[in-house]
Design a protein. Structure first.
Ligand SMILES: [Zn+2]
Length: 228
Protein backbone atom coordinates (compact mmCIF):
# COMPACT_ATOMS: atom_id res chain seq x y z
CA UNK A 1 0.00 0.00 0.00
CA UNK A 2 2.73 2.36 0.97
CA UNK A 3 4.67 1.83 -2.25
CA UNK A 4 1.52 2.25 -4.34
CA UNK A 5 0.92 5.50 -2.59
CA UNK A 6 4.50 6.70 -3.00
CA UNK A 7 4.49 5.66 -6.69
CA UNK A 8 1.27 7.59 -7.12
CA UNK A 9 2.76 10.66 -5.42
CA UNK A 10 5.91 10.27 -7.51
CA UNK A 11 3.83 10.55 -10.68
CA UNK A 12 3.04 14.11 -9.80
CA UNK A 13 6.06 14.99 -7.67
CA UNK A 14 8.85 12.81 -9.00
CA UNK A 15 12.10 12.73 -7.10
CA UNK A 16 14.50 14.43 -9.42
CA UNK A 17 18.26 14.47 -9.48
CA UNK A 18 19.75 17.64 -7.98
CA UNK A 19 22.32 17.65 -10.78
CA UNK A 20 20.55 16.88 -14.08
CA UNK A 21 16.91 17.00 -12.96
CA UNK A 22 16.15 13.60 -14.44
CA UNK A 23 13.70 11.39 -12.54
CA UNK A 24 15.51 9.29 -9.96
CA UNK A 25 15.09 5.51 -9.90
CA UNK A 26 13.15 4.20 -6.91
CA UNK A 27 15.27 4.15 -3.79
CA UNK A 28 18.00 6.39 -5.19
CA UNK A 29 18.07 9.59 -3.14
CA UNK A 30 19.05 13.10 -4.23
CA UNK A 31 21.48 12.46 -7.08
CA UNK A 32 21.51 10.04 -10.00
CA UNK A 33 24.36 7.55 -10.54
CA UNK A 34 25.67 9.52 -13.54
CA UNK A 35 25.88 12.78 -11.60
CA UNK A 36 27.45 10.92 -8.68
CA UNK A 37 30.07 9.53 -11.04
CA UNK A 38 30.69 13.00 -12.47
CA UNK A 39 31.06 14.79 -9.12
CA UNK A 40 34.03 17.21 -9.32
CA UNK A 41 36.19 15.17 -6.98
CA UNK A 42 39.55 16.44 -5.84
CA UNK A 43 42.71 14.70 -7.01
CA UNK A 44 44.25 12.60 -4.24
CA UNK A 45 41.82 14.27 -1.77
CA UNK A 46 43.89 17.45 -1.84
CA UNK A 47 42.17 20.82 -1.75
CA UNK A 48 44.48 22.23 -4.46
CA UNK A 49 43.92 25.85 -3.47
CA UNK A 50 47.52 27.05 -3.02
CA UNK A 51 46.84 30.30 -1.15
CA UNK A 52 44.60 28.52 1.40
CA UNK A 53 47.07 25.67 1.82
CA UNK A 54 49.85 28.19 2.41
CA UNK A 55 47.79 30.11 4.90
CA UNK A 56 46.87 26.96 6.81
CA UNK A 57 50.41 25.62 6.74
CA UNK A 58 51.65 28.87 8.26
CA UNK A 59 48.96 29.02 10.95
CA UNK A 60 48.22 25.56 12.27
CA UNK A 61 50.17 22.29 12.51
CA UNK A 62 48.17 19.72 10.55
CA UNK A 63 48.93 16.22 9.27
CA UNK A 64 46.29 15.73 6.54
CA UNK A 65 44.13 18.27 4.77
CA UNK A 66 41.45 16.38 2.83
CA UNK A 67 38.58 17.56 0.63
CA UNK A 68 36.02 15.42 -1.18
CA UNK A 69 34.96 17.74 -4.01
CA UNK A 70 35.62 21.14 -5.54
CA UNK A 71 33.08 23.89 -5.02
CA UNK A 72 31.96 25.77 -8.13
CA UNK A 73 29.31 28.48 -8.07
CA UNK A 74 26.06 27.16 -9.55
CA UNK A 75 27.52 23.66 -9.84
CA UNK A 76 26.09 20.47 -8.38
CA UNK A 77 28.20 20.76 -5.23
CA UNK A 78 26.66 24.12 -4.45
CA UNK A 79 23.19 22.59 -4.89
CA UNK A 80 24.01 19.66 -2.63
CA UNK A 81 25.40 21.96 0.06
CA UNK A 82 22.42 24.28 -0.21
CA UNK A 83 19.99 21.37 0.31
CA UNK A 84 22.13 20.11 3.19
CA UNK A 85 22.23 23.44 4.98
CA UNK A 86 18.98 25.19 4.18
CA UNK A 87 16.48 22.53 3.15
CA UNK A 88 16.51 20.08 6.07
CA UNK A 89 18.48 17.48 4.08
CA UNK A 90 20.75 16.21 6.82
CA UNK A 91 20.95 12.86 5.00
CA UNK A 92 22.85 14.50 2.12
CA UNK A 93 25.72 15.17 4.51
CA UNK A 94 25.64 11.59 5.77
CA UNK A 95 25.58 10.28 2.17
CA UNK A 96 28.58 12.42 1.14
CA UNK A 97 30.42 11.33 4.28
CA UNK A 98 29.86 7.66 3.40
CA UNK A 99 31.05 8.17 -0.17
CA UNK A 100 34.16 10.04 0.94
CA UNK A 101 34.74 7.45 3.67
CA UNK A 102 34.80 4.67 1.08
CA UNK A 103 37.32 6.60 -1.04
CA UNK A 104 39.51 7.17 2.03
CA UNK A 105 39.31 3.49 3.01
CA UNK A 106 40.50 2.49 -0.46
CA UNK A 107 43.31 5.02 -0.18
CA UNK A 108 44.53 3.50 3.09
CA UNK A 109 43.28 6.08 5.57
CA UNK A 110 41.54 3.62 7.89
CA UNK A 111 44.16 3.88 10.63
CA UNK A 112 45.16 7.53 10.34
CA UNK A 113 42.72 9.01 12.87
CA UNK A 114 41.26 8.08 16.27
CA UNK A 115 38.19 10.30 16.48
CA UNK A 116 36.17 12.69 14.32
CA UNK A 117 35.30 16.12 15.70
CA UNK A 118 32.79 18.24 13.76
CA UNK A 119 33.02 22.03 13.64
CA UNK A 120 30.12 23.03 15.90
CA UNK A 121 27.27 25.40 15.19
CA UNK A 122 26.32 28.06 17.67
CA UNK A 123 23.58 26.56 19.91
CA UNK A 124 20.97 29.04 18.66
CA UNK A 125 21.66 28.06 15.06
CA UNK A 126 21.67 24.37 15.92
CA UNK A 127 18.28 24.79 17.51
CA UNK A 128 16.94 26.58 14.46
CA UNK A 129 18.34 24.08 11.92
CA UNK A 130 17.78 20.98 14.04
CA UNK A 131 21.13 19.42 13.12
CA UNK A 132 24.71 20.35 12.38
CA UNK A 133 25.58 19.82 8.70
CA UNK A 134 29.25 19.19 9.53
CA UNK A 135 28.22 16.56 12.07
CA UNK A 136 26.10 14.89 9.37
CA UNK A 137 29.18 14.58 7.14
CA UNK A 138 31.13 13.36 10.19
CA UNK A 139 28.52 10.64 10.85
CA UNK A 140 28.82 9.25 7.32
CA UNK A 141 32.61 9.26 7.51
CA UNK A 142 32.61 7.69 10.96
CA UNK A 143 30.25 4.90 9.90
CA UNK A 144 32.55 3.80 7.06
CA UNK A 145 35.88 4.44 8.81
CA UNK A 146 34.56 2.79 12.00
CA UNK A 147 35.32 5.72 14.24
CA UNK A 148 33.51 7.73 16.85
CA UNK A 149 32.11 11.23 16.34
CA UNK A 150 33.01 13.34 19.37
CA UNK A 151 31.40 16.74 19.83
CA UNK A 152 34.36 18.11 21.75
CA UNK A 153 34.17 21.71 20.53
CA UNK A 154 31.65 24.43 21.31
CA UNK A 155 30.99 27.67 19.49
CA UNK A 156 30.51 30.58 21.85
CA UNK A 157 29.59 33.29 19.38
CA UNK A 158 27.31 33.22 16.38
CA UNK A 159 29.62 34.56 13.69
CA UNK A 160 27.35 35.80 10.96
CA UNK A 161 27.82 39.54 11.26
CA UNK A 162 31.37 39.63 10.00
CA UNK A 163 30.91 40.44 6.36
CA UNK A 164 32.11 44.02 6.61
CA UNK A 165 35.25 43.25 8.56
CA UNK A 166 38.67 42.80 7.04
CA UNK A 167 40.11 39.34 6.70
CA UNK A 168 42.50 39.81 9.64
CA UNK A 169 39.77 41.14 11.87
CA UNK A 170 37.62 38.19 10.87
CA UNK A 171 40.35 35.76 11.73
CA UNK A 172 40.85 37.31 15.16
CA UNK A 173 37.15 37.32 15.68
CA UNK A 174 36.94 33.64 14.79
CA UNK A 175 39.94 32.66 16.94
CA UNK A 176 38.12 33.32 20.19
CA UNK A 177 34.77 31.82 19.34
CA UNK A 178 35.64 28.12 19.56
CA UNK A 179 36.51 26.30 22.74
CA UNK A 180 37.31 22.70 23.63
CA UNK A 181 34.53 21.80 26.03
CA UNK A 182 35.62 18.20 26.49
CA UNK A 183 39.46 18.18 26.58
CA UNK A 184 39.63 14.71 28.15
CA UNK A 185 37.95 13.26 25.06
CA UNK A 186 40.64 14.55 22.68
CA UNK A 187 43.92 14.66 24.62
CA UNK A 188 46.50 12.32 23.11
CA UNK A 189 44.22 11.36 20.21
CA UNK A 190 44.62 11.80 16.47
CA UNK A 191 41.74 14.11 15.67
CA UNK A 192 40.07 14.54 12.28
CA UNK A 193 38.26 17.88 12.30
CA UNK A 194 35.33 17.95 9.88
CA UNK A 195 33.65 20.95 8.25
CA UNK A 196 31.29 21.43 5.32
CA UNK A 197 33.08 24.08 3.24
CA UNK A 198 36.62 25.42 3.39
CA UNK A 199 36.66 29.06 2.29
CA UNK A 200 39.14 31.30 4.12
CA UNK A 201 40.51 28.65 6.47
CA UNK A 202 39.87 30.85 9.51
CA UNK A 203 37.51 28.33 11.16
CA UNK A 204 39.93 25.44 10.63
CA UNK A 205 42.84 27.47 12.04
CA UNK A 206 40.84 28.54 15.10
CA UNK A 207 39.50 25.06 15.90
CA UNK A 208 42.84 23.41 15.12
CA UNK A 209 44.83 25.61 17.46
CA UNK A 210 42.34 25.10 20.27
CA UNK A 211 42.61 21.33 19.84
CA UNK A 212 46.41 21.45 19.63
CA UNK A 213 46.58 23.67 22.73
CA UNK A 214 44.74 21.11 24.84
CA UNK A 215 47.07 18.34 23.63
CA UNK A 216 45.73 16.29 20.74
CA UNK A 217 48.49 14.09 19.36
CA UNK A 218 47.72 14.88 15.71
CA UNK A 219 45.39 17.28 13.94
CA UNK A 220 43.90 16.62 10.49
CA UNK A 221 41.06 18.15 8.50
CA UNK A 222 38.40 16.81 6.15
CA UNK A 223 35.86 19.01 4.37
CA UNK A 224 33.12 18.25 1.89
CA UNK A 225 34.24 20.99 -0.46
CA UNK A 226 36.91 23.64 -0.89
CA UNK A 227 36.18 26.87 -2.73
CA UNK A 228 38.63 28.06 -5.35
ZN1 LIG B 1 21.74 13.47 -12.42
Amino acid sequence: MRTYLSDFVALFFPNICLGCESALPNGVPHICPTCQYNLPKTRNYKIEVPHIEQKLAGSVRYSHLLAYVHFHKKGIVQKLLHELKYNHKEEIGIMLGRWFGHDLLLAGFQNEFDIIVPVPLHPSKFKKRGYNQSEAFAKGLAEVLKMEVVNALVRNVASETQTKKSRIERQENVASIFEVAEPNLVIGRRVLLVDDVLTTGATIIACGNQLINVGVSEFSVAVIAATQ
